[in-house]
Design a protein around this ligand. Structure first.
Ligand SMILES: NC(=O)c1ccc[n+]([C@@H]2O[C@H](COP(=O)([O-])OP(=O)(O)OC[C@H]3O[C@@H](n4cnc5c(N)ncnc54)[C@H](OP(=O)(O)O)[C@@H]3O)[C@@H](O)[C@H]2O)c1
Length: 185
């Protein structure tokens, strides 16, 4: 079975995914009266499971909404001891190196994975484990916060496969990891 690790995330122009207070209200700073989903449903149809960092998991838990995912969620954490009872049939705590974690998830039959959370995405990128990134840029400078990217041990080349503009104001780029050339292969 073919494995694929994908990112679908919104950032500020200056590359932050949460503001200085950990807030994400700015994600909705462009009016979206018809609630268009900017490709989110199409994307989630292609994935089998999510892998997210502990901070993103706790942020989602803090929202006053029903659990938003229909696919299993694997949470990375070195500090969480267990998943709260009410999420136990949907959310699983995973530990170990990324290679070990991916092996466990693949063994359970999940191969097309949605990787979420800044620190988590950065740790996947450091090991060149991201195959696809769909990045939606909200036209705002936050000036600080949680960054999407950080330093890498080597350059990683991507090909831009699609670029779309939503609501006349929001740009979304689709990038596929290009492992063809010797540079960054
Ligand atoms: N703009 C968007 O579309 C978007 C999307 C998702 C999230 N967010 C926001 O971004 C912020 C979260 O980002 P974040 O950078 O803090 O990161 P995160 O990836 O959600 O969570 C980081 C935590 O995940 C655990 N972790 C990550 N990699 C690990 C690894 N390889 N092994 C073990 N544990 C690992 C660690 O938890 P422990 O400390 O427990 O070990 C780490 O502190 C939140 O405010 C969230 O709301 C925004």
């Amino acid at each position: 079975m073919h494995n694929r690790n994908s990112v679908f995330i919104a950032t500020s122009i200056d590359g932050y995914i949460a503001d200085k207070n950990g807030g994400i209200d700015w994600l909705h700073s462009i009016p979206n009266p018809e609630n268009i989903d900017m490709g989110y449903n199409k994307f989630t149809k292609k994935i089998d499971a999510l892998v997210m960092g502990r901070t993103t998991f706790q942020t989602v838990c803090s929202f006053d909404i029903d659990w938003p995912y229909t696919k299993p969620v694997f949470v990375l954490s070195t500090t969480l001891k267990e998943i709260p009872e009410k999420y136990k049939d949907k959310v699983y705590l995973v530990k170990g190196t990324l290679t070990e974690i991916l092996e466990q998830i693949h063994k359970r039959g999940y191969h097309q994975l949605y990787i979420d959370g800044g620190t988590t995405i950065q740790s996947f990128l450091r090991e060149d484990l991201i195959d696809e990134m769909i990045i939606t840029t909200i036209p705002i400078l936050l000036g600080g916060g949680s960054p999407l990217f950080s330093e890498l041990p080597k350059e990683l080349a991507f090909v831009c496969t699609k670029s779309e503009v939503y609501l006349n104001k929001i740009v979304q780029n689709h990038f596929r990891r290009n492992r063809d050339n010797s540079n960054g292969a």
